[in-house]
Design a protein. Sequence first.
Length: 116
Amino acid sequence: MFGSIGFQELIIILSIALLIFGPKKLPEVGRSIGKALREFRRTSDEIKEKIEEEIQAEEFREIKKDIEQTVDITGSYPAATENPYDFPDESKSEALPDTDEPHEDTTPHEQGKKDS
């Protein structure tokens, strides 16, 4: 409770305080010291919380910066109205097999008309 202060040291401190302040003022001094210690502890806890919040906020800023740099390197994300599966015309033509024969875009209905 009192750290490295043992029972004997505590008795000596209380005896000296009783001699200095007297039996009437000792309870008031004890209350004052207790209030001061509580206020100190509360203030130190608030400072610790603020420091932890700042550390966490700085970590979030670094993560956000890393993500923004990654997006800048790889390019922007497609807009919500764009279809992510649409490829540029160049990539579509590369996906088709190369043949020597000309390719005719005909449906079975149109083939019937050409055959007759």
